[in-house]
Design a protein around this ligand. Structure first.
Ligand SMILES: C[S@@+](CC[C@H](N)C(=O)[O-])C[C@H]1O[C@@H](n2cnc3c(N)ncnc32)[C@H](O)[C@@H]1O
Length: 240
């Protein structure tokens, strides 16, 4: 009996489905449906957004990246903090969401705000991010936080020591834990990979120092910040 060549398995094995691609596909489809009503659903989290931006301690002239910027609800706060001499860069893979962000920028006439339609996983190829940023805002960006490839690509855009603020949804702990199925369903409407809500920050936190964390919304949310470790900017290509 003749044996197959040593590399036959390599050629014949079906390629595993790319998890990021599946998650992104679901996310883009969800936001195509959700974009029109998105801003109206954000009222309860607006104070958390303001606090997350404040944690970045932005100064005039700095460069800040609004990760998964969506419809651009954080842009006015970020633009006000960095001023006309700074730069705000926002990116999102949902054209439906980004269209509203573009309208917001055009209406305000902000020339220092750049919007990029791309996936987090593709950031390395974006000219707008050729120079590293001083700060990163992750505001309700669960899918990006849970993808090692997306997270590495975002962190690679920031200088060592960059300030990072993160806010999002998480499971309740303790006596409110029986409500967690409802939390999961809530997150399902907004994310391609709605699970992993016990500690959604746990891929980001080890890449930061001076980590500060607080639960919000009676434990259904969190707000945290830290400084990017020098070695945290692993090139996205290195993450599988
Ligand atoms: C819950 S919304 C938050 C939007 C905005 N940060 C805010 O606070 O209003 C999550 C956003 O992340 C975007 N997103 C999810 N995965 C992404 C990815 N891999 N690359 C780029 N954008 C992504 C979605 O399209 C969506 O606009």
């Amino acid at each position: 009996m003749s044996l197959p060549p040593a590399n036959a398995a390599h050629h014949d094995a079906p390629r595993p489905p790319d998890r990021d691609a599946l998650v992104r596909q679901r996310s883009v489809a969800k936001y195509a449906r959700r974009a029109a009503a998105y801003d109206a659903s954000c009222g309860p989290t607006m104070p958390i957004r303001a606090r997350a931006v404040a944690l970045l301690r932005l100064a005039p002239g700095e460069r800040v990246l609004d990760v998964g910027c969506g419809t651009g609800l954080s842009l006015p706060l970020l633009r006000a903090a960095v001023g006309a001499t700074g730069a705000v860069i926002g990116f999102d893979h949902s054209e439906a969401m980004l269209a509203q962000a573009r309208a917001r920028v055009a209406q305000a006439g902000w020339r220092e705000v750049t919007l990029v339609g791309c996936a987090a996983q593709e950031l390395a190829a974006q000219p707008a991010l050729a120079a590293r940023v001083d700060a990163l805002l992750f505001h309700y960006t669960h899918d990006i936080l849970r993808s090692p490839r997306a997270l590495a690509a975002v962190l690679a855009c920031a200088r060592p020591g960059a300030r990072v603020a993160v806010a999002g949804i998480k499971y309740f702990s303790g006596w409110l834990a029986p409500l967690n199925f409802w939390v999961y369903l809530k997150n399902l409407g907004y994310n391609g990979a709605p699970g992993e809500l016990r500690s959604p920050w746990d891929r980001l936190a080890p890449r930061l120092h001076d980590w500060h964390f607080e639960p919000t919304q009676w434990g259904m949310g969190y707000l945290a910040c830290g400084l990017l470790r020098a070695e945290a900017g692993v090139p996205a290509e290195a993450v599988r």
